[in-house]
Design a binder for this molecule. Structure first.
Ligand code: SF4
Length: 501
């Protein structure tokens, strides 16, 4: 099999993994090529548009496991391929030099066994750094069940590591991925989390140290020593000194670790998924949890009988995740046993506000910053602007408009100097009606209730007379309270539009 054929198979096989944001890297260039800090928009070999900044490939899709939801599962009859280390190194360097990519996202199926796979992946990242002096961003998947030493050493060379939990409950894993018990998934996450925390505390990390020696190789300015390996992990019985003196990088996974949860492959409710994310952020200080709408590619009685990926649900979970991390919300506030799923028509903050109308309206000139953040239509920047501006003058609605606050949303939840906004109402139905996505669609366009489709036709969505396709754009990094969508007119242009939520 030639290299191009392998690339086709192994790039395609990687497209279902969305946990590949390149944010957070700080590795600066020092006599080498590439720069993870400056990584931004690049190219991708996946065609689903999710990850465009990295060469995103699998080392192998020859998996010994048989996870029911996965196209690479052992029992699925598909073309199989595995790269050699040389091939991946050559591809990465050649694509980088041609300006096709800014970095590498390397994952793999379990080839032979977890440690064998991890060893091959370690060889690739070590040689990229040391032989090729590649300073670009590298995101590496840790293979659950692999020897901890391999995972730890790999962490010294890469920017980000991730372990995909995939299914958000023990039960889901039992049914759909019986060879991946939850403990095996959590163990490397714990190891990586502890490694990150300990290296951050290391004096050499704080000093910055040097990244290369005179030969341009990575220098061990932070070594794995007896104080830096997770003591509490059951298998940490090898000599930690073994790692000392190796030519490892100065950082351990400096861009943090992430994971991915598949949404819609199991009956798990939004509440369970969000609580799991909350626990992962708390326990393992994850940088990101990525949500991936389950793409029904296989038929199996153990899988849900859906025909379209639940993209709007995925989008709501991203919004809720944002509220957990930056708005001070807890999962139990956003959802409950009686309301275990988000309303597809409402963003999660509006969903919460509607169930807590008794807390509103807030007087913007007096409300606590933390409460302002909870007002639909007021984001972090707007809340900061309000707090700064009201120190000087009492604010009115015109002032708020000039600050960019979306009054058609916020107006239902605030007062200015005791006055309510023109459309103010505390009737739940009226407020809900005003906040639903349907009300916020472009004028004259109607929305069809239900799950928004990845490739809806014009007639289903009613979003535009000349549009052939609609692509929901669910950006994990989206800080704004809106839903973005691509539309593609017949002439082939791709237009980006927003629905303010
Ligand atoms: S281990 Fe990974 S690649 Fe293998 S079947 Fe399971 S999800 Fe797919």
């Amino acid at each position: 099999m030639d290299l191009l054929e392998k690339l086709g198979i192994l790039a395609d096989a990687a497209k279902y993994d969305v946990s590949c944001s390149s944010s957070g890297g700080t590795r600066n260039n020092n006599k080498g090529v590439g720069n993870s800090f400056a990584a931004g928009i690049c190219h991708t070999w996946a065609d689903d548009g999710r990850c465009v900044s990295l060469l995103k490939i699998l080392l192998s899709n020859e998996c010994i496991y048989d996870c029911v939801y996965c196209v690479n599962r052992a029992s699925n009859d598909i073309p199989r391929a595995s790269f050699t280390a040389d091939e991946i190194i050559d591809l990465t360097m050649n694509f980088y030099r041609r300006n096709y990519i800014e970095g590498l996202f390397l994952s793999s199926a379990v080839l032979k066994n977890p440690s064998h796979t991890m060893e091959l992946m370690l060889e690739i990242v070590r040689r990229l750094r040391n032989e090729q002096a590649f300073f670009g961003y590298i995101h590496l998947k840790a293979i659950p069940g692999a020897d901890q030493r391999l995972i730890h050493e790999a962490g010294m060379y890469v920017d980000r590591m991730s372990v995909n939990i995939e299914l958000p409950s023990d039960k889901g894993l039992e049914v759909l991925a019986p060879q991946k018990p939850v403990k095996a998934l959590l163990k490397p996450m714990q190891q990586i989390s502890q490694g990150i925390a300990e290296h951050k505390e290391h004096p050499a990390f704080k000093r910055g140290g040097s990244g290369t020696n005179s030969a341009g190789l990575f220098t061990p300015s932070v070594q794995s020593d007896s104080s830096s390996f997770p003591e509490s992990l059951p298998d940490a019985d090898f000599s930690r000194r073994e790692l000392a003196g190796r030519n490892s990088g100065k950082y351990f996974v400096p861009a943090g670790q992430s994971t991915q949860l598949i949404v819609g492959a199991t009956p798990d409710r939004d509440l369970s998924i969000l609580k799991l994310s909350e626990a992962l952020y708390g326990k393992f200080s994850l940088k990101r949890v990525y949500y991936s709408a389950y793409v029904p590619t296989l038929s199996d009685p153990r899988l849900p009988a859906i025909i379209k990926p639940p993209l709007l649900r995925e989008h709501r979970l991203y919004q809720a995740d944002w509220l957990l991390r930056f708005y001070g919300f807890e999962a139990d506030e956003l959802l409950s046993k009686t309301n275990p799923d988000f309303d597809p028509q409402l963003d999660p903050k509006a969903f919460w506000a509607l169930r807590n109308l008794h807390l509103f309206p807030l007087e913007v000139n007096k409300a606590e910053y933390e409460m302002l953040l909870r007002v639909p239509g007021i984001g972090v920047k707007s809340a900061q602007r309000i707090v700064a501006a009201r120190r000087v003058n009492k604010l009115n609605f015109d002032n708020l408009k000039k600050m960019g606050i979306v009054l058609k949303r916020a107006g239902h939840f605030i007062t200015c100097q005791g006055k309510t906004y023109e459309s103010f109402s505390q009737n739940e139905h009226i407020v809900k009606e005003a906040l639903t996505s349907a009300k916020l669609l472009p004028q004259g366009k109607k929305a069809v209730p239900g799950q928004m489709s990845l490739f809806s036709t014009l007639n289903e969505t009613g979003l535009g007379e000349n549009m052939s396709d609609l692509y929901l754009f669910s950006s994990p990094e989206n800080t704004k309270e809106w839903l973005s969508y691509y539309t593609q007119p017949q002439d082939g242009r791709l237009l980006l539009s927003d629905i303010h939520l």
